[in-house]
Design a protein around this ligand. Structure first.
Ligand SMILES: Cc1cc2nc3c(=O)[nH]c(=O)nc-3n(C[C@H](O)[C@H](O)[C@H](O)COP(=O)(O)OP(=O)(O)OC[C@H]3O[C@@H](n4cnc5c(N)ncnc54)[C@H](O)[C@@H]3O)c2cc1C
Length: 478
């Protein structure tokens, strides 16, 4: 049995950032363990990639680990040789879009430095395993790991990040087990095994699909790649007039009232928000600016705007507007956007608003019946491979992650009533099925979407951790 003051489940960006900030701020030496099956910490799903086309979706300056030193990443990058190390990082808009693997390297190095020494003299250990279940004890939680080990900790922090996407209908049955169906779009090794001439169908056409297209093109794929989605919404083009040096993110997020609420008042309906946003976009565009300016103000105000929305409005947003929000929120790095546009112009890559009505597998190929949006016509097409790019699942009670499912099933952490992530209160204490917040179980990162909404970008996550850790330090004092 391993005992610790703090057990962090998940050692991706969020788990690593949490360990770093806790070891910096703790008032006494803590024994911190990070349970993470990957051999490298700090990378997780987003940054554990060696693919040169997997780049950060926003300029370097927008990403930080230390809200109190936002220039730290830029200095680190310069110390690594800057653009000389990766000439493609400098995009036509004059900004640097780091390879995600390089950002992962930065976070990993920072954590390693804190493992070697940190202001509180805490120890940080990596248990290379996967947490499966938890039970409450008189002093905290006892975790069961998949290698049979147990960890007993006073404070447990869930930083398990994203779930794998679940196959949508009509692929949710046995067909998703057929060879050629790739349920995990981030399994780049399997993507590269797709034969170069294969006809590939991508379910989804947003950022995940773009990542997959980039991997296929880089590995010399010659066959057609068709991306379909019901809405047909594609990641929005990054407007040139909205480029230039990125704004100071910390300054935009750390303020008593958000930019959007200060300018337009508090909104309590998504319809009202949308109306204001559209009017602002029209006004700015008429003056020669870009929609990205008011949209960016809203994005950087979500920490303030989201909690003010009543539950039914949050549900309305998730049902109808989230897809639309996401294609504006997550733009592609210009380098990847250009590569995909080239393949689209050459006719190799296509995007279509269409539903997959039925699918069958026979003789190593899939026959899919497609119905274009707004049309009564259906047509059948044959594909050799299908990749599920519908985006990560976010319902804890239906998670493919046994530990996340177990916390929900035991009632230690209740799914958020909006239908996404877990319920937590302001300091990330998990709210259990009985409605009580548990100071011994904290949930951080994307799994807190229902409570905070924009806990997806690295900087938003880092900032919330930075603000939450002092409360945790106080709890550990007692
Ligand atoms: C493909 C992709 C690209 C992205 N690009 C950007 C970007 O350019 N810029 C940006 O700001 N944000 C980006 N994001 C958002 C990104 O998710 C956050 O920046 C951040 O990386 C989230 O990290 P995380 O550690 O919470 O989650 P994850 O990266 O999902 O990591 C979670 C970790 O927890 C581990 N884990 C899960 N379950 C268990 C368990 N039961 N036991 C032990 N360990 C467990 C997993 O192995 C994993 O390593 C991207 C996200 C994705 C998916």
């Amino acid at each position: 049995m391993t005992t610790a003051d703090v057990a962090i489940v998940g050692g991706g960006f969020t788990g690593a950032a949490f360990a770093i900030h806790l070891s910096r701020m703790a008032e006494r030496s803590l024994d911190i363990v990070i349970v993470e099956p990957r051999d490298r910490l700090g990378r997780g799903l987003a940054y554990d990639t060696a693919d040169p086309d997997h780049r950060l979706n926003a300029p370097l300056e927008v990403h930080f680990l230390y809200p109190d030193a936002p220039g730290h990443l830029r200095d680190w990058y310069a110390g690594q040789g800057g653009p000389a190390r990766d000439p493609d990082a400098l995009a036509a808009d004059g900004n640097i879009y780091l390879r995600r693997g390089d950002f992962g390297c930065y976070v990993e190095e920072q954590l390693r430095a804190h493992i070697a020494g940190n202001p509180s003299g805490s120890t940080i250990r990596h248990l290379r395993s996967r947490a499966l279940a938890a039970r409450r004890t008189s002093s905290g939680y006892r975790l069961t790991l998949d290698d049979g080990r147990e960890v007993s900790a006073g404070l447990t922090v869930l930083a398990a990040g994203y779930d794998r996407p679940t196959a949508p209908p009509p692929f949710d049955g046995a067909i998703s087990d057929c060879p050629g169906f790739l349920g995990d779009p981030w399994d780049t090794a399997r993507l590269r095994e797709i034969p170069a001439d294969a006809r590939v169908l991508l379910l989804g056409m947003a950022q995940t699909a773009s990542d997959v297209i980039a991997v296929l093109l880089r590995s010399g794929h010659r066959g057609p790649i068709a991306a379909v989605s019901r809405h047909g919404l594609r990641t929005r083009h990054r407007p040139q007039s909205g480029s230039g040096p990125p704004p100071d993110v910390v300054d935009r997020i750390v303020r008593p009232v958000s930019l959007f609420s200060a300018a337009h008042g508090r909104h309590t309906s998504v319809r009202g928000l949308l109306r204001t946003l559209r009017a602002e976009a029209r006004r700015v565009e008429t003056a020669g600016g870009s929609w990205l300016e008011p949209f960016g103000d809203l994005r950087d105000s979500v920490w303030d705007v989201w909690p003010a929305l009543p539950l039914e409005e949050k549900r309305r947003f998730l049902r109808h507007l989230r897809v639309w929000y996401d294609v504006h929120r997550f733009q592609l790095p210009p380098q990847i956007e250009a590569r995909i546009a080239e393949a689209e112009a050459a006719g190799q890559v296509s995007f279509e608003a269409a539903s997959c009505v039925s699918a069958a597998y026979d003789n190593s190929a899939f026959t899919v019946t497609l119905q274009p949006r707004g049309s009564g016509e259906r047509r059948r097409e044959t594909f050799d491979a299908i990749v599920n790019c519908t985006g990560p699942g976010m319902r804890p009670d239906r998670s493919t992650n046994p530990f996340v499912r177990a916390l929900a099933a035991e009632g230690f952490a209740a799914p958020h009533p909006a239908g996404i992530g877990f319920s937590v209160e302001e300091e990330c204490r998990a709210i259990g099925a009985g409605g009580h917040a548990d100071p011994r179980l904290r949930i951080v990162g994307p799994l807190t979407y229902g409570a905070f909404a924009d806990q997806q970008g690295a900087s938003f996550i880092a900032l919330r951790l930075y603000r939450t850790v002092p409360d945790i330090v106080a709890a550990l004092r007692r």
